[in-house]
Ligand binder design. Structure first.
Ligand code: MN
Length: 307
């Protein structure tokens, strides 16, 4: 007979675990093999570079990033800085489930054989104290040299190191810092409305930036300075982030790559098996997919027609 004081194995087990599990996407628990029937088909890349996710801020498009990560796999994943926004988190803790899911997805990739390299930026510079160490299979490095499949050597660096040369804040000068924050806020509102109408993400901020002359000239000056620094390091090219503007450009013998961001444009830089590097605009990809879904012929439901 069991004593009423000693809890049995069954009664000792807490129940709220099921609630935690529910909020984590189901694919996290699915086996990774090709044989798992309902797992999404993943695009295989040799290398993936992402930066400027600014997790811990309301501006981070964590859902789109998670969608991108779960549909890709790679040998090496470079996190090129400003992944977690330590400065914003110090002002006020903001950490929704989707941001947690992104971290889990990255840790899961590391666990399953992807080499994950984290090169801190200025918003996550707190991690710079730990360069040379490894956490959960993630290597922390100040910068790195990536060798492409076709043998080119690329310097991987966040890019804020060149702020003094270019005067970073000039790219905000067209509006001012507060206005940039306001722009990102309206970006969120625009997209909240778009979601209400079932429309996919569209970046107001990126749209504005391309149309403002000062921002455009800042960007090209930054690109030039970074390419010049890469030439001095004796590499064939450079991969950076920081200015939230994805680009591939040639400067003499140097190729400049910027992987963009997940606050404004939702872009990544990917390397194919043959060493070709491309920019993937995930927001645009999702928009195209949504449009394709919509134009597909189907039965019209009477209740779906607006009044
Ligand atoms: Mn930065």
């Amino acid at each position: 007979m069991t004593s009423p004081i000693m809890p049995t194995a069954r009664t000792a087990r807490p129940t709220p675990k099921s609630r935690q599990v529910q909020s984590v996407p189901a694919w996290m628990f699915e086996p990774d093999g090709e044989d798992s029937g309902n797992a999404p088909k993943r695009t295989r890349q040799r290398t993936i570079f992402i930066s400027d996710c600014h997790l811990g801020t309301a501006g981070a498009n964590a859902e789109l990033l998670l969608d991108f990560l779960k549909k890709h796999e790679c040998e090496t994943l470079y996190l090129v800085g400003d992944i977690v926004d330590g400065w914003q988190l110090r002002k006020g803790w903001y950490w929704p489930q989707a941001h947690n899911d992104v971290v889990r997805a990255v840790l899961k990739m590391a666990k399953h054989g992807t080499r994950v390299v984290y090169v801190p930026g200025n918003h996550d510079e707190h991690f710079r104290d730990y360069v040379g160490l490894e956490f959960g299979g993630i290597e922390l490095l100040d910068d790195d040299v990536h060798v492409t499949a076709d043998g080119r050597r690329l310097l991987v660096i966040h890019g804020d190191q060149f702020d003094n040369v270019v005067l970073y804040h000039k790219w905000l000068a067209f509006l001012g810092d507060w206005a940039y924050v306001a722009l990102l806020r309206s970006n969120r509102w625009v997209n909240r409305c778009r979601r209400m109408f079932g429309l996919p993400y569209w970046s107001l901020a990126a749209h504005m930036k391309k149309r403002v002359k000062n921002a455009v000239s800042f960007i090209s000056r930054f690109e030039e300075v970074v390419a010049h620094a890469a030439a001095e390091r004796g590499v064939d090219g450079v991969v950076c982030g920081h200015i939230h503007s994805a680009e591939i450009r040639e400067f003499g013998d140097i190729t400049y790559y910027n992987d963009g961001d997940w606050v404004e444009s939702c872009t990544a830089l990917v390397e194919d098996a043959d060493g070709t590097l491309r920019i993937v605009d995930w927001a645009e990809r999702v928009r195209e997919e949504t449009m394709r879904e919509r134009t597909r012929p189907r039965l019209i439901k009477a209740e779906a027609v607006p009044a």
